[in-house]
Design a protein around this ligand. Sequence first.
Ligand code: DX5
Ligand code: ZN
Length: 221
Amino acid sequence: MQIKIAPSILSADFSKMGEAIKRLNAAGADVIHCDVMDGSFVEPITFGGQMVKNIRPLTKLPLDCHLMIEHPKTQIKFFAEAGADIITVHYEACAKISPTYLRETLELIKFYGVKCGAVVNPDTDVSKIFDVFDICDMVLIMSVFPGYGGQKFIPTALDQLKKARAHAFKIGRGDMDIQVDGGVTEDNAAQIKAAGANVIVAGSTVFKSEDMARTIATLRS
Ligand code: DX5
Ligand code: ZN
């Protein structure tokens, strides 16, 4: 299974975002993880489609947009047209609207020709999204409560990853991308990968590193 490292630009200096993207290109990142926060689903506000549009010409790497927002369906068009390669939406934001809203949103993402994924918070059992695994290109298991970088990894995410990988195998998609997000360090990456994650988001670990390329290689190996 190919391991992909997805540094989160949430930990970059937003006044130097172009420079951060170029550093990630040079350091061997596999994916660029864009944390979109709306000040409602989570407390902070980060950025919207305009940021994705502006960084799009600076990298060939896939732009992975993690939407931590209410009513995600209303924003899909903007992120798709901005050049997102994959868009992930939270089960929790969708379930409070209607039981079909998550699948409808994933279908809308696919309609734009963009890869899609469903996300669960640490206190949402991953079995809640088993019924949309068939349409997902990736599923994202949160290992911190969304909103802030630099939090501590919540160990129950390991069980969630194991369950997600087992279910992927069960439906004949054993090689499906399973992403983990939050609190990943050089010390816990091995057990996270052993639990079934193959797309590893890392914000502070990568951006605080004095040697980004070495840190990305260590997380991957
Ligand atoms: C949290 C975000 C994460 C965050 C990860 O709400 O979704 O992507 O940037 O940051 P670290 O790796 O520092 O926990
Ligand atoms: Zn994220």
